[in-house]
Design a protein around this ligand. Structure first.
Ligand code: URA
Length: 206
């Protein structure tokens, strides 16, 4: 479902894209947009492209440590990014709040604000029933899209509804969180099992 996004709203990030085009000429070095299936019910929301991951490959959570961890856990629990697979597998779409690689993986609030319009469009297009927010930036970004309705603070394991949308929070599967044990494979698998149960309770995956 990905299409190319041309954006020059954030001076700092545009400059960095240009610098990285020289440093890493084979990399994507452009905004990274949503990838995967729409109307399947699940949207996974991350922070921003990693330098040598999504910024290199052009696909969210692809090509780096976080992506490897995330994709292995999702596959193990029967989630899929493309058509096909077993009849019990659940399709999903994946994206980030911020579409360009930010220095030290830390976008400025102004950069998050500039990028929210793209997330809004992606949510309208994907039509998720559940959004899995990976970390506080993803959670707060989604709250912004939902205009702060029923504002709830990020907490790992949160599961709550805003209107018809079910929101699930997890710590971000960053290398740091995993290596320090803040997020273990078991903890993340528990989150995925809870999402699966929600689908089994009646949110259908096509
Ligand atoms: N890769 C992404 O695409 N997003 C993140 O939040 C981390 C790594």
């Amino acid at each position: 479902m990905a299409s190319k996004l041309e954006c020059i709203d954030c001076k700092r990030l545009v400059m960095l894209r240009k610098e990285n085009t020289v440093k890493f000429p084979t990399y994507h070095n452009n905004p990274v947009v949503a990838h995967g299936l729409r109307k399947t019910g699940l949207l996974i929301l991350g922070l921003a492209p990693g330098l040598h991951g999504a910024n290199a490959t052009g696909l969210p959570f692809n090509g780096d440590y976080a992506g490897k961890f995330l994709n292995q856990c999702l596959e193990e629990k029967g989630f899929r990014l493309s058509e096909g697979g077993s009849s019990t597998s659940i399709g999903y779409c994946i994206t980030n709040v911020v579409k360009c690689f930010p220095p030290s993986n830390r976008p400025l609030q102004s950069e998050i604000n500039n990028c929210i319009k793209y997330l809004k469009k992606e949510i309208l297009f994907v039509q998720p029933k559940i959004v899995l927010c990976l970390g506080v930036v993803a959670h707060d970004g989604l709250m912004k899209v939902l205009k702060g309705k029923n504002f709830i603070k990020f907490r790992h394991g949160n599961l709550f509804k805003v209107g018809q949308l079910l929101i699930v929070d997890s710590y971000h599967p960053s290398k740091l969180n995993i290596l320090t044990g803040r997020l273990s494979r078991e903890m993340f698998s528990t989150i995925l099992t809870r999402i699966r149960k929600e689908f089994e309770k009646g949110i259908r995956s096509e």
